[in-house]
Design a protein around this ligand. Sequence first.
Ligand code: FAD
Length: 305
Amino acid sequence: MEQLLRNFFLFLSKNKLFTKLARKYGLRFGAGRFVAGETMENTAKVIQELNDKGMDVTIDHLGEFVDKEEEARQRTEECIEAIEVISEQDLHSQLSLKLTSMGLDISEDLVMDNMRKILDAGKKHNVLVTIDMEDYERCGKTLEIFKKLRSEYELLGTVLQSYLYRTVEDIQELDQYNPNLRLVKGAYKESPKVAFPEKKDVDENFKKIIKMHLLNGNYTAVATHDDAMIEYTKELEKEYNISRDQFEFQMLYGIRTDRQAELVKEGYRMRIYVPYGDDWYGYFMRRLAERPANVAFVLKGVFGK
Ligand code: FAD
């Protein structure tokens, strides 16, 4: 049943009509629990509140699978504006984005042009930009673009997903760039031809890539809500005497907030991924797919308490 629901929400996450309707009618159905706001103005307040609790942030200007140049240019401007607000208000925040939002599916020239504009702003204001990882179809292209841009810009990171068979090789291949990597399990629906179908294998591979990347001496963001993975990272820290300056934990806004606070109390760097913007629908559906228990919460949002 849980697998069925998961597939259902992942299927819904790609529905273009619902995406448009969601944009038109604003944050609904309890999405506000996972999305900080529709404007940067509201979001800046949320970032400040998290900073006050000792947490760092990476904001994600929601948006994906853009197929019009004009829209990709507009999203780019919005990312630059976000970087400027972070700098003006002295917020402890980085920026995350998706290449399909910057025009990846339209042309490589467009996405490179947009990314360079954003990365110039990041360089000017000292804000690190992380390229989120999307579905398998776009993984190879995303990493090629990351490598090109990483040789031009210091303040750039990306994401690798432990559910993909290719990821162990990607960790090795990327080592020469000393990359700042966020490691995750992976949020898309992928074929068993390219991704581990069993959760236990995804978890084992997650541990493997955390260890590899840390022991390669690279900065590692362990992005998970899974206590087993958090404990494993702490064990590595002790066993290999890894400095707390070399890694951080990351969690999504609105998920396991108690655990987030505990990790801060224990002295770990904790970064919250804070999504904002009007294009919240696909992101929200993927969160429901991860944990169908959240559906009860959504139903309350739809039908009232
Ligand atoms: P799971 O095995 O899914 O969950 C472990 C435990 O965590 C669960 O048993 C439950 O107790 C708790 N939990 C998990 N999810 C929820 C929830 N929604 N609500 C309440 N409790 C929950 N994926 C990508 O493909 N590309 C990205 O760029 C990307 N960036 C991410 C950035 C951050 C900061 C984070 C935290 C995740 C990101 N993800 C990304 C999503 C990731 O791939 C997983 O889909 C997601 O984190 C769920 O996996 P998990 O590691 O938390 O473990």
